[in-house]
Design a protein around this ligand. Structure first.
Ligand code: GLN
Length: 214
């Protein structure tokens, strides 16, 4: 059983002054930008380590994790993001983002940030059902089901004791949090439902004590 965080209620009329970086090397970063802006926060396209200084939260989008890992290395971002993650920067990784944030990518030594205490297996739903949608329950964002879109999704196989499970689907953890880090194996940016992005902004970015640590 992972660590528990205080229960979360979405505050209405909350002013969001966040400046959220969206890693824009490859993948569906544009959809996250639209979701974050629809929540009322500002966005920054993150392509270089300097831009990390200007943000108080970071999203690592879906895409192709080996490509994203290589590009992060090439742009000098891997170590810089790892340092900021350790310093408390709120980071939300979706799908490929979850893979590059994981401490262990099962069966692979591809480049990654390795900040979150989970072991994750890529493309783990198999070919025949490698993309699907399903309504899931996420108690932390409310009672209404959330339409979760999975695209060649990974499965989180093990979670460390500091990782809190926020949603489970068919016995697999699909949304999890470790302090300032949030990962989902599905893509909330592909729906109009902003509740997961709002949770990241309000419950994680809103309560973060960030130490830049550079
Ligand atoms: N299969 C991709 C990978 O291994 C992840 C897919 C996604 O981000 N939707 O990186």
């Amino acid at each position: 059983m992972g660590r528990r965080f205080p229960s979360y209620t979405h505050p209405t009329n909350m002013t969001l002054n966040h400046n959220i970086g969206v890693l824009a090397l490859q993948g569906d970063f544009d959809k996250h930008i639209q979701s974050i802006r629809a929540c009322g926060a500002a966005t920054v396209l993150l392509r270089d380590p300097e831009a990390l200084d200007a943000i108080d939260g970071l999203i690592i989008p879906g895409g192709e994790s080996t490509t994203v890992g290589k590009l992060m290395d090439r742009f000098g971002l891997t170590a810089a993001i790892r340092r900021r993650a350790a310093g408390g920067l709120p980071i939300y990784g979706t799908c490929t983002g979850a893979i590059v944030l994981a401490k262990e990518i099962i069966g692979s030594d591809q480049p990654s940030i390795g900040a979150m205490d989970v072991a994750i297996e890529r493309n783990a739903y198999g070919r025949q059902i490698d993309s699907f949608e399903v309504d899931v329950s996420i108690p932390a964002i409310g009672d209404e089901p959330f339409r979760a879109v999975f695209i060649r999704a990974p499965i989180i196989r093990t979670l460390g004791s500091s990782v809190e499970t926020l949603s489970v689907c068919d016995g697999n953890v699909i949304l999890a949090r470790q302090g300032n880090l949030l990962v989902s194996t599905f893509h909330p940016e592909l729906t109009d439902d902003l509740r997961v992005h709002r949770y990241f902004l309000d419950a994680i970015c809103g309560n973060a004590t960030v130490c830049v640590g550079r």
